[in-house]
Ligand binder design. Structure first.
Ligand code: FE2
Length: 607
């Protein structure tokens, strides 16, 4: 008997993606943005679908089922309901949003059939069920509590329940317009960052600020209940009725209009960021405690965009009632593609779930395209790019270059699924180097100097460097750098404000130690990424340090690189010293001059 293939799709909201299961096992998944090179691409994920099918050597005709990650009709009902309720105030955004909904979203079924040339039925799951399935089914737990928190799906903005064996059941939800994701996004907008992608920046900025606005947020914006549920005072928000997140009433309370994007960051934005982060963590903690009280379970699975708040996740692990956390690496809407496919397998097809103790079902999230040495070499020759083929010696050579302070583009194996680079499409550097953070931010990533970098560490060494002794394979937990490694601040240094503190050395791995001594870390094990593991081990042999700086292989505003050509372009456009493409090593100083077609800095809104 042949294998059963199920394709899951998420699209038309943000971050479209496709995922393929073979007999229930996740064998491929990718976000559309990586192929089209448009960050957060929300269009139909045709490239991602084709990639999934190609990687399995099958065609649409071989698919047993196709699933979509939410229910467009329910979502339309919510949109319509909102506009009727607030009309005519909301008419402006209705007029803007309605044609899109009518054209693209309401006729989803026809569109999916046409795009895929597929005549069978398409199965739809509810948005938060897809998130919940993506959180529980691939987890290493036989049973666990499930919590999903995001902006909004159809009606739900957060939900919780239980997963047992091959079943999940959600029994409570928080509903639109009360949404933690949207509250956080309102502050993202207000502090002058881009909604749906700038939330990370707000989180990174938070430690520079003071929680000055926390009381005000509780007093005027939200009525928070003991169980973590809340109502948002819609008087201050504009997301239901307008095209912005906050309004003048909000400006009045928080001391002025939103920061104009790309203008100078001030202490005020830092204090706002800190304040909303504190509130967000409090709500996450309350929600998690409620789910624990009601389920009595010791493991928790998380998904939804808010589960990408790794500072909040770290606190959940340290202060929450759970023994273990598992967070879906593609916690945002891309992961919905994976969730709906697994729902079909377990719920619709009634198939049992096999849990391998201590192992999740994500294959390290290395689920995207890979390229053979022959394919890479063909590309290198066609570009006339000088290279060395090192094969078995590539790891040793790369470790030495890193130890010399070089910054390296590392492209190896299958691309990651989800927003983090995990050592397949990464830029690497030496974390001990005090100049590394500024160098990588300004010369390589072309981004704000305050943004912290994340460390990768050998799994068995994590407790020697950080106050954490469990796996964090997807870089979704923040933990303090080990006490003994921290360098205390003098009184004078302590009195410095905000961004002035940036250049102070805080530990013996300064490039990955945030201003509050925290680090968003990735543990690396040999089972999921042997080459990256070996590189870390070799770096430790050469330097005595089992940690590397790992940042995503892209520049600001651009999706993470997917192909060798994307990697080479990024290498040539930035201050990267070397590029590793599988077994090949490239030296920047030996490359022919790079000719740029068009103004790429403008394209990515770089200054
Ligand atoms: Fe979502």
């Amino acid at each position: 008997m042949g294998s059963t293939y199920i394709l899951g799709i998420s699209a038309f909201y943000h971050d479209s993606a496709a995922c393929l299961l073979r007999d229930g096992e996740i064998i491929a998944a990718a976000q559309e943005e990586r192929f089209t090179r448009h960050k957060g691409d929300a269009s139909f994920p045709g490239h991602a679908v084709r990639y999934c099918l190609r990687s399995a050597g099958i065609s649409v005709a071989d698919l047993a089922h196709i699933g979509f990650y939410d229910k467009p009709l329910l979502k339309f009902e919510r949109i319509l309901d909102t506009y009727l309720e607030v009309a005519p105030r909301g008419f402006k955004s209705f007029a803007k949003a309605a044609p899109v909904w009518l054209k693209e979203k309401l006729f989803m079924d026809r569109q999916l059939h046409d795009a895929l040339a597929y005549e069978g039925p398409i199965l739809y799951a509810e948005h938060h069920e897809s998130h919940a399935a993506s959180a529980f089914f691939p987890s290493p737990f036989e049973e666990a509590a499930i919590l999903t928190v995001d902006g909004v799906g159809e009606w739900a903005t957060a939900s919780y329940g239980v997963g047992r064996g091959s079943r999940i059941e959600l029994f409570k939800e928080l509903r639109w317009p009360d949404s933690l994701g949207l509250l956080y996004s309102a502050f993202t907008y207000y502090t002058g960052f881009k909604v749906n992608s700038g939330e990370y920046k707000v989180m990174g900025l938070a430690p520079y600020g003071e929680p000055k606005y926390v009381d005000l947020i509780y007093r005027v914006l939200l009525d928070l209940h003991e169980d973590g549920s809340f109502t948002l005072n819609q008087k201050y928000f504009n997301y239901r009725t307008g095209l912005t997140m906050t309004n003048e009433a909000f400006d009045e309370q928080f001391g002025g209009p939103p920061r104009v994007p790309e203008t100078k960051l001030t202490q005020r934005e830092m204090d706002l960021a800190r304040s909303i982060q504190v509130v967000c963590e409090e709500i996450m903690l309350r929600m998690a405690r409620t789910v624990h009280r009601e389920t009595g379970l010791k493991n928790l699975c998380l998904a939804g965009g808010v589960a990408l708040n790794c500072v909040g996740n770290g606190r959940l692990l340290r202060e929450g009632p759970y023994e273990r956390l598992w967070i879906q690496p593609a916690a945002g809407d891309a992961g919905g593609a994976l969730g709906v496919a697994q729902l079909i397998w377990h719920r619709y097809c009634g198939k049992e779930r096999r849990v391998r103790p201590g192992r999740d079902g994500m294959r390290g999230s290395y689920l995207g395209p890979e390229f053979t040495p022959e394919e890479i070499e063909r590309d290198l020759r066609s570009w006339g790019a000088p290279y060395q083929r090192l094969d078995g010696r590539i790891i040793q050579r790369t470790a030495c270059l890193l130890a010399e302070g070089k910054v390296i583009g590392w492209f190896d194996g299958r691309m990651e699924f989800g927003p983090r680079a995990l050592g397949a499409r990464s830029i690497l550097g030496d974390p001990r180097n005090p100049r590394m953070q500024a160098l990588m931010n300004l010369k390589i990533k072309f981004r704000e100097g305050f943004r912290p970098f994340a460390p990768s560490v050998l799994r068995e060494r994590v407790a020697e460097y950080f106050e954490l002794d469990c796996e964090s394979p997807y870089m979704l937990l923040v933990a303090p750098v080990k006490k003994e490694r921290q360098l205390p601040m003098t009184d004078a240094q302590d009195r410095l404000w905000g961004i002035e503190k940036l250049n102070l050395l805080r530990s013996d791995i300064p490039a990955v130690t945030h201003i509050d001594y925290s680090a968003r870390l990735q543990t690396v094990s040999r089972e999921t990424n042997p080459n990256y593991y070996d590189l870390l081990q070799e770096f430790e042999r050469v330097t005595g340090c089992a940690v590397l700086v790992n940042t995503s292989f892209n520049v600001r505003g651009e999706p993470i690189v997917c192909t060798p050509a994307d990697a080479y372009r990024c290498f040539m456009r930035t201050g990267l010293d070397h590029l590793v493409l599988g077994p090949f090593l490239l030296d920047k100083s030996l490359q022919p001059p790079w000719k740029e077609d068009g103004d790429w800095r403008k394209e990515f809104q770089l200054d």
